[in-house]
Design a protein around this ligand. Structure first.
Ligand code: SF4
Ligand code: SF4
Length: 639
């Protein structure tokens, strides 16, 4: 195609009047651009500095920039068709940077790319290829937005139509210049291209297309890690209470949102009739910044974001995982919760009960610590004395919840079978996961410090836990208060020993064994948070044929328990756990495999109500943790 194109035609020269007109229009366009972009930049720069921001490691930032911005990998990965279309538009913009500069300088005879020269010809032809692809892509995106209209894109917006029209015009007028003959046509196309460009420029900061300018910086400057909750700066920092608490990163992210709705599409709350919509949270912060200065004392929760909505978040991280422009929703939502909790604005009976239970006792279930002692004693669980390989962390669910205890005992059975030594702490407190995510930092600190002291005293080197929430909290969140021991989830441990967990011999009549159809539910805190997907599947597969739910691995749909919500009482709207349980049941699997005691407890209730509503008396799918699958396999094998 490159060799087939005629030479790009440009006006030979410009009259004084044309030059003057160009200057006036360009200045007007630049002024209109700056009128909006200047204040936006000012609001970002006048926001509070991020206490935890470090430019290092630069290598990671450069990699993210290349991968997510230059290669548009995340945009394409999560929505391939629309993603490729967006990527083509972006790449065309990059290719057009030089073309546009040359186009504007040519008015004054300063063009540096000669359409008849070798370099200029190759470059213009290459840009023509991008222009063609971009024109097709933008037409496709226009049809998607205005004809197909996926609900996640929200209301029809005229500005999107205008922008699409201008981009199409830019590409069409550029391509047309290759085929134009006669001075009038060449000059007409040049001016049409110029006008489209000068109208497009100020529209960028005035519309969601501001992301074209900001998102490269947002991706480069992001905190890194996943759903990382930043530390509070000092004793005066209560979280995101008012404008003066908005940090530069939060403001930059708020202005970078492209309103694509990917976050909302995957949000369990937004998918179950809750008020929470992660896109609206981000746009709410933006609307606040548009109305108030960053130093404003006006509360952040109220006019633009509802308190009820931010406390409906399960911190599953699906939004953050999906966002193509590097917006970190979880720190923003937890920041808003911190603000509400630390100023006493959050008034929730269940929340207050949870905080009280953890202030006075040791576990989120509000039970006496002697209940754990009795469980440990009854099941002759050894006490960790520093000589065993693992400290088996029971957690609130494993130490107090009957179903969680069954999972712990199954793991104990497997560890004993494998001859791996372990012990439990004499005294253990909640890791603080629910209060950390609900925004009660003071209580979290107390719990983390008490646990770190107990672990250090017992000389613990390695922890194993059945709970991905405990694993995450110990490994990441405790770091603010000390050095936690190495910690692993039991799926990682079991997968390492998978070859010793095979069901020996053929399946015996009347037993459940290798003919099971199993669906594994990826817990958010194991999958998206820890990146562990294959290990639990390796264990689940031991019991039979593994099938996948439509939303699995990175796209897994939350069970509804995270972010402290397991302790906040009845949900409004449809229950998240029921949505997910129905999806898992619909796979036709007769075993639902879980790897988190919270998922387990949520699905237990959801499945029970599902069966009683739709098929009274019929047996529903069996719900098992992977530790129970492994232990059952060992028992069957020894029969
Ligand atoms: S973390 Fe999960 S529940 Fe919270 S807003 Fe994001 S997608 Fe929704
Ligand atoms: S926050 Fe991210 S994923 Fe959500 S609408 Fe904005 S750009 Fe899209």
């Amino acid at each position: 195609m490159i060799a087939l194109l005629p030479t790009l035609a440009e006006p030979k020269q410009f009259s004084i009047a044309e030059k003057l007109l160009f200057v006036v229009l360009a200045v007007a366009s630049a002024y209109a651009f700056w009128r909006r972009f200047g204040p936006v930049l000012g609001k970002i720069l006048h926001s509070k500095k991020d206490a935890d921001f470090h430019l290092a490691p630069v290598g990671r930032r450069v990699w993210d920039f290349v991968w997510e911005v230059m290669l548009q990998a995340k945009v394409i990965r999560e929505r391939p068709l629309a993603g490729i279309a967006h990527a083509l538009v972006f790449w065309a913009f990059c290719a057009f940077a030089l073309v546009t500069l040359n186009h504007c300088l040519a008015v004054f005879g300063l063009g540096f790319l000669d359409p008849t020269g070798r370099v200029g010809r190759v470059y213009f032809d290459l840009a023509a290829l991008f222009a063609l692809l971009c024109a097709v892509a933008i037409a496709g995106l226009f049809v998607r937005r205005f004809v197909v209209r996926p609900k996640w894109l929200g209301e029809l917006s005229l500005e999107s139509g205008w922008i699409a029209f201008l981009i199409f015009t830019l590409m069409a007028t550029y391509l047309g210049a290759f085929f134009a003959t006669g001075e009038a046509a060449v000059r007409g196309l040049w001016w049409a291209h110029t006008l489209a460009l000068l109208i497009f420029l100020p529209l960028i900061p005035h519309t969601k297309h501001l992301h074209l300018l900001l998102s490269p910086a947002t991706v480069f400057l992001s905190r890194g890690g996943f759903a990382r909750i930043p530390p509070l700066a000092d004793d005066e920092d209560f979280g995101l209470v008012s404008g003066k608490d908005l940090t530069r990163l939060v403001s930059l992210q708020a202005y970078s949102c492209v309103e694509c709705g990917r976050c909302t599409e995957h949000c369990p709350a937004a998918n179950s009739d809750k008020q929470l919509n992660p896109k609206s949270v981000v746009l709410g912060v933006r609307a606040y910044l548009n109305e108030y200065r960053p130093a404003s004392e006006e509360p952040l929760l109220g006019k633009f974001n509802a308190q009820e909505a931010v406390f409906q978040c399960t911190t599953c991280g699906a939004c953050e995982f999906q966002c193509p422009v590097g917006i970190e929703h979880v720190p923003i939502i937890v920041g808003l919760r911190r603000g509400a909790v630390n100023t006493g604005a959050w008034d929730d009976d269940h929340g207050a009960k949870l905080f009280l239970a953890l202030e006075r006792g040791s576990n989120a279930l509000g039970l006496s610590a002697t209940e754990r002692d009795k469980f440990v004693e009854k099941n002759t669980l050894p006490i960790f004395d520093g000589t065993q390989e693992y400290c088996l962390w029971l957690g609130c669910m494993g130490g107090y919840d009957p179903r969680g205890r069954e999972i712990v005992l199954a793991l104990v059975e497997v560890m004993r079978h494998l001859g791996v030594s372990f012990g439990v702490l004499r005294k253990e407190k909640c890791t603080g996961d629910p209060v950390r995510r609900l925004g009660n930092d003071l209580l979290f600190q107390q719990l983390a410090e008490a646990n770190l002291a107990a672990l250090s005293q017992s000389k613990t080197k390695k922890i194993i836990s059945i709970c991905p929430h405990c694993v995450r909290t110990i490994q990441e969140d405790w770091k603010a208060y000390g050095t936690p021991p190495e910690v692993e989830h039991h799926s990682e441990f079991l997968a390492r020993y998978a070859d010793r967990l095979h069901l020996p011999g053929p399946q015996k009549q009347g037993t459940r064994g290798t003919h099971e159809k199993i669906v594994f539910h990826d817990p958010c805190y194991l999958g998206r948070y820890r990146g562990v997907y294959d290990e639990p599947r390796q264990v689940a597969r031991l019991a039979g044929e593994l099938v996948e739910a439509p939303r699995s691995r990175e796209r897994s749909f939350c069970c509804g328990a995270g972010g402290g919500l397991a302790f906040l009482g009845e949900e409004k709207g449809e229950r998240v756990s029921q949505v997910r349980a129905a999806e898992l049941s619909a796979t036709g699997a007769n075993v639902i495999a879980a790897a988190c005691p919270f998922c387990n407890t949520m699905f237990r209730d959801a499945l029970a109500s599902q069966v009683s509503e739709s098929r009274p008396g019929a047996p529903g799918p069996e719900l098992l943790d992977i530790a129970q699958i492994a232990a059952r396999g060992l028992r069957q094998g020894s029969r």
